[in-house]
Design a protein around this ligand. Structure first.
Ligand code: E4P
Length: 303
């Protein structure tokens, strides 16, 4: 599996690249904003992005800012022309750049198709359903980025949990436990309506509402979203690579790696989380305490 770093922070990118474990970088306007704020607003953006592209041993995803197809295509060409001479660049296009669900609904597909036909690699972003991913692949996308963490947030929000109060951004979402809870709750409601017919139970508002908990239209978690996209792509031999995005913790990364996802893009803190374990620390300390002087001497006496 390839690992991309999900950041626009040059210090983090340089450090991770020096460890030899990252194969690319993904940015978005929010990540760029964070990097600018960290530097007190004083950045020559063009030079800054050139430097990122030079440092990274793989594609750097840069996002367009418009929502109309023609404007996105022009921006994508501009980004590609400016930065691809310094390294690999992919252009992020939102799958459906609509702000109201009515306007600009098809503009993402039009931009993906045209840019892909020109040989510009497109990373289709803000993918929240398998069917969006399928359309992106059909339009010729090089990558799709399903947002696992945001789907986990959405499902938790639908269950009445609040981020920041009931769970933290980086908290693992235990979808298997949630599934068990949902099944139990459905059973309880069904038991409370023993005399009903199948039709009346199926159409019962309380049953319907409890049965729809813990999922988003048949997607049970961010990891489940990625599993479904991979299954669809494998069914039909699509060559579009799946980037597991909006990764929030190490366990999520493990789960998408088990699925065989092509790429996971991870924030810098997740890299650390993938390394640190209590028993590893304990072991390091125990080995350090057990070193006998004669063994230490080997290192001290042999320059
Ligand atoms: C990456 O391509 C996405 O922009 C990013 O992973 C979003 O992550 P977030 O949901 O944690 O903001």
């Amino acid at each position: 599996m390839k690992i991309f770093l999900d950041t626009a922070d040059l210090d983090e990118i340089r450090f991770a690249a020096s460890l030899g474990v990252i194969d690319g970088v993904t940015t978005n306007p929010s990540l760029i904003r964070r990097a600018v704020e960290k530097r007190g607003g004083s950045i020559s953006m063009e030079d800054y992005i050139k430097e990122i592209v030079k440092v990274v041993p793989g594609p750097v995803s840069l996002e367009v800012i418009s929502v109309e197809a023609e404007a996105m295509i022009e921006e994508a060409k501009k980004l590609y022309r400016l930065f691809s001479p310094y390294g690999e660049v992919a252009i992020k296009i939102p799958i459906c750049p609509s702000m109201d669900g009515e306007s600009n609904v098809y503009d993402g597909l039009r931009a993906i198709r045209e840019l892909s036909a020109l040989g510009i690699p497109v990373n289709v972003t803000l993918v929240m359903t398998p069917e969006q991913a399928l359309l992106a692949a059909k339009a010729g996308a090089a990558y799709v980025s399903p947002f696992a963490g945001r789907i986990d947030d959405y499902i938790r929000d639908k269950m009445g949990m609040k981020r920041g109060e009931d769970y933290g951004k980086a908290d693992y979402y235990d979808f298997e436990l949630v599934r068990k809870i949902a099944e139990k709750r459905v059973e309880k409601v069904l038991e409370s309506k023993p005399a009903s017919t199948s039709k009346s139970l199926y159409l019962d508002e309380e049953v319907k509402s409890v049965a729809s908990e813990g999922q988003d239209n048949g997607v049970y978690s961010g990891v489940d979203l990625i599993a479904r996209i991979l299954r669809i792509f494998r069914n039909y031999g699509y060559r579009t690579e799946v980037i597991a995005a909006s990764m929030r913790n190490a366990r999520q990364v493990r789960e998408v790696a088990e699925l065989g996802v092509h790429i996971a893009t991870v924030p810098f803190y997740v890299l650390k989380e993938m390394l640190v374990h209590y028993k590893t620390i304990e072991g390091v300390k125990a080995f350090a305490a057990d070193v006998v002087p004669s063994y230490r001497k080997i290192f001290e006496e042999n320059p």
